[in-house]
Design a protein around this ligand. Structure first.
Ligand SMILES: [Zn+2]
Length: 292
């Protein structure tokens, strides 16, 4: 667990995926040798030359409310375009229960963006339909993301296989009236502010947590690998708007370094979060310490 003032942060893990090093176009042998000492074993495996991408769901509690951030890839999903998330049985529902999170008692589901690895457990399969996994929660979703993924709006020209995610993870929660659409500047209660972090996805949003003089920021996919702290100009191959992704990353790193804020990215290997320290014009990554 990580404490940020009155907030407690924990996590559940769906899977750790091998990520081909082509994820980051700038990665090469020289850079590998320079950073290998700290990249292994949590972020990179040198023998197989792969990064690790953790698919996980963050949990944020303040003693009154339970908020979960993103819902991983999901089980039983027909994902012809994403084999890594196709028809899986990874049982994040059981991991959530083991972490003390009962679906009925979740107050808020904060969705940073609507990519396949962030929305799966919005719903669960019941018979042959998908129903909301967290029936009493408000789902906080960016209106820009909704517009971009809706097959009747922004996704109109895309192949039908790319709508599957929307149809079985977003449509059911919209139809159940559980969605709060946001612009990305709203306040969600004491110490909780939404921030706009577009680029990787057009309407990606983060969550800024402040309490007792401390700060943490859930930054989703602003960075996929901690190596990007050292090479902030590197985008992942999944970033939709490359220029905007770079701009947002630069802003987030500067903010974290200036304010001493803890960054909680979506996909980093253990310990999954850390601080950004300035060294001259560059940055260094300092992993967080967890307590039980
Ligand atoms: Zn992602």
């Amino acid at each position: 667990m990580i404490k940020v003032g009155d907030f407690q942060i924990s996590r559940v893990e769906e899977v750790v995926l091998d990520e081909p090093v082509e994820l980051l176009a700038g990665f090469n042998e020289e850079i590998r040798e320079r950073h290998r000492g700290w990249l292994e074993p949590d972020f990179y495996n040198g023998e197989r030359n792969v990064f690790f991408s953790v698919i996980q769901t963050w949990i944020l509690r303040d003693g009154k409310r339970t908020i979960i951030i993103d819902t991983s890839g999901g089980d039983d999903r027909d994902r012809p375009l994403s084999p890594r998330f196709h028809m899986q049985k990874r049982h994040l529902d059981r991991a959530l229960l083991a972490e003390g999170v009962e679906p009925e008692k979740v107050d808020m589901v904060f969705l940073t963006h609507l990519h396949v690895d962030h929305v799966g457990w919005n719903t669960r399969k019941e018979g042959d339909r998908f129903v909301p996994m967290f029936p009493n929660a408000r789902y906080v979703v960016s209106s820009t993301e909704l517009a971009a993924r809706d097959p009747e709006r922004g996704a109109k020209e895309r192949p039908p296989a790319s709508w599957n995610t929307y149809l079985d993870t977003v449509k059911p929660i919209l139809e159940a009236g559980l969605v709060d659409q946001v612009e990305g500047t709203e306040n969600l209660g004491p110490g909780l502010d939404i921030i706009q972090i577009p680029g990787h996805a057009p309407g990606m949003i983060g969550l800024r947590v402040r309490s007792g003089g401390e700060e943490a920021v859930f930054i989703a996919d602003v960075m996929h690998q901690p190596l990007q702290v050292y090479y902030p100009e590197w985008n992942s191959r999944y970033c939709e708007n490359q220029e905007l992704a770079r701009e947002t990353r630069a802003k987030v790193l500067k903010h974290a370094a200036d304010e001493g804020a803890l960054l909680l990215p979506a996909h980093y290997g253990a310990p999954h979060a850390g601080y950004i320290r300035s060294i001259g014009k560059n940055y260094r990554f300092e992993p967080v310490a967890w307590t039980r």
